[in-house]
Design a binder for this molecule. Structure first.
Ligand code: EPU
Length: 418
């Protein structure tokens, strides 16, 4: 298992570009199952979750080939199997998103039920409720969800809670259903909007993009598409936080400012200076930091996927900060590791109270999920001495060669292959 060794204390400086959005890609890769023609993704990120999705598509008999370093060609063939096996699905919950497209295209899908995960229980009841509303017969057999429908039929779908992958799963299925589907309480996250754009380019008839009410008129077939994946908003936020925590001066490019407004505003409130353009943000620390209140929320609110990273920064902001996690029930796994580096954090249910400290000190640390690991990496960049971040595979799931990007900004970071 690889680890990162970071010698903290270097203010990062320079310009760095983000890779394509991991979470957009995972949905778009599932969408490729809807068409017999290929889907070409440009600006595609080389992250481990994408490799896992490539293996899942492979298990379904659909080819995914890297045509260039950042160009991924998907599909262009009929799935030859309709089962997504436990061994793959258990390593990545997003694999559950193949259920809707497979069912719509093949009339049958058998996908392992994802178990709990490090950040919460994460049920999939809303995905199943939506597919059942479209007429699927859904059964749970031997740990697998088995869904059948000779042709799905459009219907009203009302989500009880806003779910990103649930919206994407049901939306993809509805594109090939007979008649009209109206989805209410659809998720507003940019990755849903990006999926809608690609489905439309493939010939799907969807109205309501950018709102929580989507109307889909089903069609009988979809064609292929070529799409440039939007920059990863969470990678962008993480790099901005890295610059902020080291007191650096960094320009992050390749992002969509519209998707990052809540993060940019929060960094300003914390005391950073930010210059923004539609596709880039420059962050500088020119004065003292200050403690703030952060509450995670649905888009356009502050993203849960940036909660751990902003916490690392707030550990060094004088005064107290209050951070409340509203999306996932168990997303504070980084707290005990940050405390080992000298942070002063008290957790009470879903709220963490952070008292800023004068400095953090390097330590061996490990975390159990992607964003938690990213927060430890940030803490290590600012800490005195060496920090060893173990289990780098969590970071590799969603950050494309992050150590190379940070090193290009001056960070002293090495990957050790144990
Ligand atoms: N939920 C239900 N029932 C469902 C689905 C969701 O109760 O059927 C609950 C969840 O338990 C959670 C809340 O609804 O409390 C929101 O979950 P959501 O379904 O929106 O999350 P997701 O679609 O599984 C995606 C991202 C996550 C990101 C969340 C929230 C992908 C592949 N994953 O997950 O990304 O945190 O939306 O924005 O798109 C990450 O990248 O590190 C990551 C975890």
């Amino acid at each position: 298992m690889d680890r990162f060794v970071i010698r903290g204390g270097v203010p990062l400086a320079g310009t760095v570009s983000v890779s394509g959005s991991k979470n957009s890609m995972l949905a778009l890769m599932a969408a490729s199952l809807l068409s017999e023609e290929p889907v070409l993704l440009q600006n595609a990120a080389r992250v481990h979750d994408v490799s896992t999705m490539i293996r899942i598509l492979g298990a379904l008999g659909v080819e995914a080939v890297w045509e260039a370093d950042d160009v991924l060609r998907l599909g262009g063939s009929e799935p030859t199997a309709t089962e997504a096996p436990y061994d793959l699905v258990r390593t990545m919950r997003a694999s559950f998103m193949v259920l809707g497209p497979l069912l719509a295209r093949c009339g049958h899908a058998r996908v392992s039920l994802p178990g709990g995960c490090a950040i919460g229980a994460r049920p999939v009841d809303q995905h199943l409720k939506g597919l059942e509303a479209l007429g699927a017969k859904v059964e749970l057999v031997g740990g697998y969800v088995e869904a059948r429908a000779s042709r799905l039929r459009g219907a009203p779908v009302v989500f009880d809670t806003s779910t990103v992958n649930g919206t994407q799963n049901v939306l993809m299925a509805a594109c090939l259903a007979e008649g009209q589907t109206r989805i209410q309480n659809a998720a507003l996250e940019p990755e849903v909007g990006e999926l809608i754009g690609v489905l439309q380019a493939m010939g799907a008839r969807i109205e309501g993009a950018g709102t929580d009410q989507l109307t889909v008129e089903g069609v009988t077939r979809l064609k292929g598409a070529t799409h440039r994946v939007a920059g990863d908003r969470i990678e962008a936020g993480t790099l901005l936080a890295a610059a902020a925590i080291t007191g650096g001066d960094v320009t992050v490019t390749g992002l969509c400012l519209d998707q990052l407004a809540s993060v940019v505003e929060k960094l300003r409130e914390i005391g950073l200076e930010l210059d923004t353009r539609p596709d880039r943000v420059r962050v500088r620390r020119t004065g003292p930091l200050r403690g703030v209140r952060v509450t995670t929320a649905r888009f356009p609110g502050f993203p849960t996927d940036m909660q751990a990273q902003i916490m690392a920064l707030l550990c060094l902001a004088p005064g107290s900060s209050v951070l409340t996690e509203t999306i996932f029930e168990n997303r504070f796994m980084h707290v005990s590791e940050l405390q080992r580096m000298g942070a002063d954090i008290t957790v009470n249910g879903r709220t963490a109270i952070i008292q800023g400290v004068a400095g953090l000190s390097g330590a061996p640390v490990m975390a159990t999920d992607l964003r938690a690991s990213a927060s430890l990496l940030l803490a290590g960049l600012a800490a005195r001495g060496d920090t060893h971040v173990m289990r780098v595979y969590h970071i590799d799931r969603g950050y494309d060669r992050i150590e190379q990007k940070l090193a290009s900004l001056g960070a002293r970071i090495r990957r050790i292959r144990d």
